[in-house]
Design a protein around this ligand. Sequence first.
Ligand code: ZN
Length: 315
Amino acid sequence: MVEKLTHIFYHPLSLEHDTGYGHPERADRIRALLQHLELTGLKEHCEWKTPEPAELDSILSNHGLSYIETVRELAESGGGHFDADTVISEKSYEAALRSSGACIQAIDTVCQGEAPNAFCMNRPPGHHARPYTAMGFCLYNTIAIGARHALKAHNLERVFIFDWDVHHGNGTQESFYEDASVYFCSIHQSPLYPGTGHPSETGVGRGEGSTLNLTVSSGTGRDVYESFMTERVLPAMRNFKPELIMVSAGFDAHRRDPLAGVQLEDEDFGMLTRYVLEAANDLCEGRVVSVLEGGYDLQGFSGGVEQHLKEMLAV
Ligand SMILES: [Zn+2]
């Protein structure tokens, strides 16, 4: 019997999304991570896949055409700043298409039972990207595009997105705020960029009750996160009965991270992952697709991803 392994979707174009000197969301993040996975021996435990670019229709499922074209044109003209934080370089459009393509193919792989779970290791990240604009280092909302693909291509009715990046995933929340088919749950530091994600934001209309925002203050450590998992996140998952769980996996809640004040250790990302996998095993045959978001201290970031993957691989 062939052992089914965690699939990692990675494309080298991730390294060519050039944000410029001194930017925290930089290609060295991926370089450091690749090196770390090699050194720890984890690299050979995973099945590596090279994603195709997402089709325009897939990006259109979550973004307006004129915004999509703005990114492409800015990249083709050599690049520039979309806003103070969000940079587009010559290859950024192609890199963003591969990020979304990775998520789509990861979903196909997991939904078709070819792998128990998958991790998308690409940049640019996505969870701040709004339907009609880039924001906070993010161009297209990778996980939202993926969730829409899961609903449409695999006829799913309920997808749960759990966002543990230390920043609120405002773009993802916005995409599904009125949508009962995608449950959005975020644990994030508050106050912190982008300022959204108050616990009173719970969805509207048909989406009322399918958004859950949990906030932590600077200095928060493992205990609060663990009690949020057992008392809030897992009950929400069990209640929603997802057919697929997706994770916006940021590693900037690590204590070493320069952009936030949460105090998680490497192992705590393993703890979060174990809870997600436990719920997925109970509810949706273990189907988990994890998508890389933030994490800006190279050592803390690499250590957090290592623990995340070790749990996914069960090694
Ligand atoms: Zn973040």
